[in-house]
Design a protein around this ligand. Sequence first.
Ligand SMILES: Cc1cc2nc3c(=O)[nH]c(=O)nc-3n(C[C@H](O)[C@H](O)[C@H](O)COP(=O)(O)OP(=O)(O)OC[C@H]3O[C@@H](n4cnc5c(N)ncnc54)[C@H](O)[C@@H]3O)c2cc1C
Length: 494
Amino acid sequence: MAEEWDVIVVGSGNAGFSAAHSARQQGARVLLLEKAPKQWAGGNSYFTAGAVRTTHGGLADLRPLLDDPAEQRLDRVDLAPYSAADFLDDMQRVTRNRTDPVLAQILVDESREIMSWLHDLGLRFELMFHRQAYENDGRFRFWGGLALGVVGGGKGMISQHQAAADAAGIEVRYDANVTGLVTGDDGEVRGVLVADGSTVRELHARSTILTCGGFEANPQMRAAHLGPGWDMALVRGTPYNTGDGLTMALDAGAQPYGNWSGCHSVAWDAEAPPTGDLERTNQLTRGGYPFGIVVNTEGRRFLDEGADFRNYTYAKYGAEILKQPGSTAVQVFDAKAEPLLRPEEYRSAGVTKVEADTVEDLAKALGIDEAEFVRTVEEYNAAVTGNATFNPTIKDGSGTTGITPPKSNWAQRLDTPPYTAYPVTCGITFTFGGLRIDPQARVLDRAGRPISGLYAAGELVGGLFYFNYPGGSGLTSGAVFGRRAGSAAVADAA
Ligand SMILES: Cc1cc2nc3c(=O)[nH]c(=O)nc-3n(C[C@H](O)[C@H](O)[C@H](O)COP(=O)(O)OP(=O)(O)OC[C@H]3O[C@@H](n4cnc5c(N)ncnc54)[C@H](O)[C@@H]3O)c2cc1C
C-alpha cells in the first residue's frame, strides 16, 4: 500500500518550506521530500545572501521585524520608503515590461506582509548594513531598494525554516529523489514517484507542490535552452537543481511559460568550483564592479560598469562575461576604490586576486593583452569628466564622455596604486523559464486549465523574470507563491 499524505512538497528550499508551513497551518499532514542529502538541505536558498526585497514605509515600518530593534546603528539610518509603485516599476523596467502583470502585482502587494508571516514562523531579520548601505558623515544611507535580510544569510534562513518545520510537525525526508508524478486517468496528479537506489516507490497525496528549482545545474538543459556556451558556466548554488520538476510537470501536460532562454548569472570568482561551495556560498560573487572597470583577456572594456546600482545590473552581467574570449574577464580597481569593495567578497580567504603598482605589471601578472589594456585605461581615464561628485549611495551621474561602452555613474580615474584585479567568469544562479501558474499557484495545462492536484512555487515558476532581475526578489517570490500554493493545495482538496 502506498503511503497517503494530504500534501507532498518537493524540494527543501525557501519556496518548499514556505509551502509546507502554509499547508500545515491549514491543518494538513505535510511531507517534504528533498533529493539531496541533509548537508545540502535548502537548495539554492542556502547559498543566498538572505536578501529579501519588500515594500516598506521606511525604518519605522521595518523595525518590528528586526532581530534587534534597539540596535544603536538604527538611530543613524537613512532609509527612504520603497513603495509598491517602486517595486512594480523595478520589475517592469528590468524585465523590459515582460513580467506577467498578475504575478508581479501579487509579488509586490504581498511582499511586506509575507515578511511578517515569515517572522511569525521564526525567521529572523536584520537591516543589511554590510551590503546595502554606505556610511557617510556618521549616517548609514541605504540604496537600491533593498534593505532587509535574514540573520545568518541563506544558511540562517534554512536552519530557521527547518526549526519551524520541526516545531510544526512537518516531516522532512532527505535523499528522496522524486522522479515522476503519479497521475490518474483524468490527468489529475495523485502523488509522486520516489527513487531509492533501484527501488521506485509511489507516495500518494491529495495535492503535490513542486518547489524543486530550475535547470541551472543541468549542463545539457542549459545548452539546449540558454544556448551554446552555457554548458561552460559555473553553478553558484546547489548541484541538485537539474530541472526534474520542470521535466515531470511538462510530461504531465503543464504549460511552459516565461523566458526559457534567460537566466540570472553574475560575475563569479574565475577559480570557483564547478558547483556551489557549502562554506563560502555567496562569497564567490564579485559585485564591486561599479567602482572599477571590467576588461576581457584582450584588455578591452565591454559593458557599462555604472549603468545602474549593482542590484539592477549584476544578474545580467554574467551573460556578458560568458560571451567574452575564454568566458573570462577581469575587474580592475585602484587604491581609492578598494575600500568600497565588500570584505566578504573581496577580502575573504581564497579570493583570486592579482596586485601590482603599475597597470603594465598588472596586465603582465594577469596574462592579458598588455598594450591594449594600457590603452583602455588611458582612454578611460581621459574620458572621466569628473564634473560630478562621487557618491556610491546615489546614481551620481559621474560618468565618462566619448567612449564606448560608457561608464554612466561612479566613474573615477584609475590612477592610485596599488592596482588590484579580480579574474571572474560567469556563475549561473537560476533559470527564468518555468511552469505557468495561476494566482493560487495551481499549475496550468497547455489549454490554460489548472492541472488538478498540482501546484508550483519558487524558481520553477515562469513569467516573473525576463532578461534581468531586481536583487532580492527570488526569495520573496518563493515565500509569496509558496504560501499561496500551500493554502490552495489544502483548500482545493477539502
Ligand atoms: C549564490 C546565490 C546567492 C543568491 N542570493 C539571493 C539573495 O540574497 N536573495 C534572493 O532573493 N535570491 C538569491 N538567490 C536566488 C535564490 O537562491 C532563489 O531565487 C531561491 O532560493 C529559489 O528558491 P526555491 O525554493 O525555488 O529553490 P531552491 O532553494 O533551489 O530549492 C530547490 C530544492 O529542490 C531540490 N530538488 C531538485 N530536484 C529534486 C527532485 N527531483 N526531488 C526532490 N528534490 C529536488 C533541490 O535539491 C533543492 O534543495 C541567490 C542564489 C544563489 C545561488
